[in-house]
Design a protein around this ligand. Structure first.
Ligand SMILES: Nc1ncnc2c1ncn2[C@@H]1O[C@H](COP(=O)(O)OP(=O)(O)O)[C@@H](O)[C@H]1O
Ligand SMILES: O=C(O)C1=C[C@@H](OP(=O)(O)O)[C@@H](O)[C@H](O)C1
Ligand SMILES: [Mg+2]
Length: 163
């Protein structure tokens, strides 16, 4: 395993779920960036946003991104917000974009209250702003509605086996 696999995509696209499954099936180390940040700060994401604000969270994201050296990394949906994150992932990894329609995201996150930017603010506007950012840096794009989870995992396994 030379380069890390970065899973990117909007909130609810399945980065955490799929990343965990792949790491289990391939016996590869995995990191979910949100989990790493929550453990480091001993605070939930909502509490970090509430107590420290989004800007502070974004700084923590960049610090963690640059420190993580494991094969499979599930990023947070906003990792593409900062250009230094985009550049770092492009230079240090293989980027797989889990593409999901906004309607499907709404279905998956309808009861969610763990994502401050989903619960508050204009998530549709955020979605539209971010899609080009995901698309521009992706080395591979997988439609998470067109394929079942098992098929998504099989595709990612294929990408890993070729690198
Ligand atoms: N391919 C998929 N099809 C249907 N539901 C999914 C899929 N991937 C993830 N989910 C569900 O969507 C929700 C968000 O998944 P999660 O892995 O936390 O996404 P992310 O880390 O990208 O925000 C969870 O309830 C999860 O079970
Ligand atoms: O889209 C975003 O800005 C965020 C997505 C979340 O991760 P998931 O994409 O895993 O939900 C988490 O990093 C935080 O709530 C911010
Ligand atoms: Mg996640």
């Amino acid at each position: 395993m030379t380069k890390s696999i970065y899973l990117i995509g909007f909130m609810g696209s399945g980065k955490t779920t799929i990343g965990k499954k792949i790491s289990r099936e391939l016996q590869l180390d995995f990191a979910d960036m949100d989990e790493v940040i929550e453990k480091r700060l001993n605070k939930s994401i909502p509490m970090i946003f509430k107590d420290k604000g989004e800007a502070y969270f974004r700084i923590q994201e960049t610090v963690v991104l640059k420190q993580l050296k494991v094969p499979i990394i599930a990023t947070g949906g906003g990792i593409i917000e900062r250009s230094e994150n985009r550049i770092f992932m492009k230079e240090n990894g293989i980027i797989i974009y889990l593409r999901t329609s906004f309607t499907e995201i709404q279905n998956r996150l309808k009861d969610d209250n763990e994502r401050p930017l989903w619960v508050n603010g204009d998530s549709k506007k955020l979605y539209k702003k971010r899609i080009p950012l995901y698309e521009n840096i992706a080395d591979f794009t997988i439609d998470t509605e067109k394929y079942r989870k098992e098929e998504i995992i099989k595709k990612i396994k294929g990408i890993i086996s070729f690198q």
